[in-house]
Design a protein around this ligand. Sequence first.
Ligand code: SF4
Length: 325
Amino acid sequence: MKFVFGPVPSRRLGQSLGIDPVPLKTCNWNCVYCQLGRTIPLTNERREYIPREEIIAEVNQALASHTPGEIDWVTFVGSGETTLHASIGWLIRQVKSLTHLPVAVITNGSLLYLPEIRRELSPADAVLPSLDAGNARLYRKLNRPHPEVSFKRLVGGLAAFRKEYQGKLWVEVMLVRGLNDSGPALIEIAAALKEIQPDEVHILQPDRPPVETWVQPPDEEGLIRAMSILGNIARVVHPAEGSFDLSGSESVVDAIVSIITRHPMREDELQRTLDKWTSGQTDAALKQLASSGRAQVVERYGVRFWSATPAHFPNKVQSQRTKID
Ligand code: SF4
């Protein structure tokens, strides 16, 4: 399957069947922490990037091949921005008509200022937008957005959506050390959250390789500070441990590619996940993938991650050159 994957383990959504409605890095942001490489070029164009019937045919097939207890949520989660698919509303409604499972949409939230996007997302059971900054300057530095999706539009759109939306609104805040984990930065995020009134705030930290070499996860103090400033609806969400569905993978190479295309992983984590093969088989498969160019090692904070994302991860010099101060 090309557009549907999993179920994969998720701390908040249990075993989550993923639907990826846009091609890799079709995005109107270029976040410094993105695990999928740089967004080149940025796009803010809404289009039917993938024929909607093809996506629904795969959803149907995936639902039919799993017993009800094997999937907890069906989640739209892109290799880019999910709401850039022009038929996102139609896709959500179709999935709702196919299953009683709850449907979640992970989005950066930048297009929620548009009334039609708010209407299209309204049938979802949970919407998880991002808010990593409490002012326009930090937003530009962290999320590096397309010029049409301003900070004012982001916060205004989230607040407008909250007023209309009946489902769960869980705002995600990705903490980056030295950027948005200071007291003043968190106080500004808290002020924006007060305007938005989400049901929950999920504090995340980069646990996959960030695109920029200088991005660091927050330290313990930063996490505690975020918890205390963002209020009692905020909680830290740690990465989930659990099993990946590898039933569609015929070989260890297929299994590795199916995981690390969307979820770059540490080598030891990959070995654990692929325990139905020996570590020798996994090592040999990784070597083969690296020599054929289908996978690359991305080194961040002294950790080697494997990624099969055909996107650009800059080296230290390139990364520093584009840093916005
Ligand atoms: S993290 Fe998400 S919103 Fe940010 S650049 Fe990557 S795909 Fe786009």
